[in-house]
Design a protein around this ligand. Sequence first.
Ligand SMILES: Cc1ncc(COP(=O)(O)O)c(C=O)c1O
Length: 397
Amino acid sequence: MSAPSRTDPLQYLTAELDTLAAQGLRRSLRVLDDEQRAKSSFDGRSVVNLSSNNYLGLTTHPRLRERAIAAVHDLGVGSGSVRTIAGTMAVHLELERRLAAFKKTEAVVVFQSGFAANAGTVSAVLTRDDVIVSDELNHASIIDGARLSRATIKVFPHRDVDAARRIVRELPTGQRKLLISDGVFSMDGDLAPLPALCALAEEYACIMMVDDAHASGVFGANGRGTIDHFQVHGRVDIQVGTLSKAIGALGGYVAGSRSLVEFLHHRARPFLFSTSHPPAVTAACLAALDVLEQEPEIIERLWSNTRFFKDGLRALGFNTGASESPITPVIVGEGALAMRLSDELFEEGVFAQGIAYPTVARDKARVRTIVTATHTREDLQFALDVFARVGRRLGII
Ligand SMILES: Cc1ncc(COP(=O)(O)O)c(C=O)c1O
């Protein structure tokens, strides 16, 4: 019997894609032909790569590669289970111990990704009776975790501690409150005002949580993050970090008290219901921590490249916002213009991803640049020359 003909119930998605195309916002995925490096080939074209989160070049660092290969030999390619059943390996615990020492907290729990760490933690520690006070530019994984928790979500304007205070002081004293911010904001590269946020959390007995995804490996001594950079150790109850960006591999973690971590073992859904990391990923992360501790000059190179490139973009007259990190946005306004800038940069040998609504506000579309420690001065000067040429051609500068 032949199947009855029917209209495609997902037809409306094609219509949505057509709308995006008409707005100049439909994207196809660029394909990396080789390794994630400062200069790579995407879609068959060799480009200076300003789009990765590979801040320190660790995705291809020989020490990480060797440890990962050795782990494949010694421990296989998968863990075979979720952590709470049969998927906790000694290497997982070793990484958690090392991360706790690195972050100067009692304990750490590793998740499959930074996204899982944020969403799994926020949704586990709060209930519908609680309130989340959140910076408007916090990462999507925080927003999703907040929604899953069913707590009331109150959003304060970006980095505006006074506005956050106005929200917090109106809440009943006995109500549980989470004050939460990214440490480094991923689309703007600016920093949370952590000392002031910590003081606010202390004044009103809030739980203080920071997502340091873009700060770990970048800010603070040996890349310990913004908590170390601002010296607010002991004042942030829940620190999230990622192993997918500067650390070069994959994963996320929560650093905090022993009881927080043990509670997450019992209640964080990605921990309970999704398989743990392959041992090679975990072993690579251990090697990355060795590199952070033993080769801090890589972080210095990242910062010297950051200063050079950021100064160059500003001198050309681009609007680079308020970035204080290796993430430098080039804000152009219209989404279609950002995509055109990105495409034309790519044609001339520079890969800087265009980012538009809903990832950023409608009138704040941009291309986002991220320099790494492994870019050479020639790479960065080449990129600046291309930005100058294309920016003038499109009337942006
Ligand atoms: C601020 C922030 N938090 C969390 C994440 C998620 O990290 P991961 O890529 O490890 O899932 C990202 C990544 O895009 C991020 O930018």
